[in-house]
Design a protein around this ligand. Sequence first.
Ligand code: SF4
Ligand code: SF4
Ligand code: SF4
Length: 359
Amino acid sequence: MEKQITFTIDGKTIKASPKDTILTAAEKNGIVIPNLCYNKEVSCTAACRLCIVKIEGRPGFHPSCAMKAADGMKVKAFTDEIEKQRRIILDLLLSAHNDDCINCKKDGDCELQDLAFKYNLGRDSRDFPPIWEQLEETSDSTSQVLDYDATKCIQCQRCIKACQEKQGKGILTFANRGIKTTVTTGYPQWNASLCDGCGECQQACPVGALTMKPVYSPNNRVRQKDIEKTTTTTCPYCGVGCQIDVSTINNRIVKVDGHNDIPNHGSTCVKGRFGLDFVNHPERLTKPLIRKDGKFEEAEWNEALKYTADRLVKIKTEYGSNSVCGLSSARCTNEDNYLFQKFMRSIVGTNNVDHCARL
Ligand code: SF4
Ligand code: SF4
Ligand code: SF4
């Protein structure tokens, strides 16, 4: 069993793994140290500096996300001095941020908005003037599935690291310096880059800088608080079986996120996240079709099943089992496909069975 270390945060005894940082040890013990750039799924960035703490015997402030917890350490996380510094850091972040919450897709689901509210940093209670207006027009909406608003970007790097470390793609980086720093694909426009639209980056963004286009509800922009129901289910696209959270309003899909569980741990590909629009597509086939006089006609399920069974029996009787083949779908579950091949082999009596993933 791994040896535990013991240290204190604001006098409270904390037991943690030697691998823990002060921030992760605090979290595991129910203490939430404010942060914005920390994302436990990627490497430490220590950019936002909101998680600063003081450590007895070491001068200055330290980012708790980057400091390993150690046996006997005495940490202060919420003194008046630290909270005052945090408020200044947040005030500076907000001065470079277009806090147009009223028209923002992340309103109600924004880590920056939550912290600004907690630290009472409304527009009239800030010390630093807005400088975000100095940003040149560097927003980019050319991706088919993403919107990037540079005036809302807090340069936390969560998107860059999610693309690099979770998806292994390395599409994103920063351009420019200072107030003009923006996220870029390195190409003049997002749609010219090698981005495949998986959306991992926008899922990692703590604010409204990188957001999903309203793929599922083209006429309505949807915020998290508008969502009526979220259902965890299995992505229907391939055999990996990624777990996804499908959000619906009035029984229509409006958003898909990766669910944090095996096998995908919160990630999805572009198909899982943005490809479920077929569910509500007006041209989707919802009834079986039987070809009559060369034309497909809608039929009831009982009629279609009887027709298929009769034809299978007739063809098998007249021409033998191997005159029949079955083509299944990689979009069915493993269980459905197992049953299908079992039906073809045991009932129809042929090994002529395949599915669309090999085409
Ligand atoms: S990103 Fe957050 S703080 Fe900024 S405008 Fe949107 S909701 Fe408000
Ligand atoms: S959508 Fe996917 S590939 Fe494109 S930048 Fe974001 S994480 Fe990278
Ligand atoms: S786009 Fe979002 S995740 Fe990326 S750096 Fe800006 S604020 Fe952070």
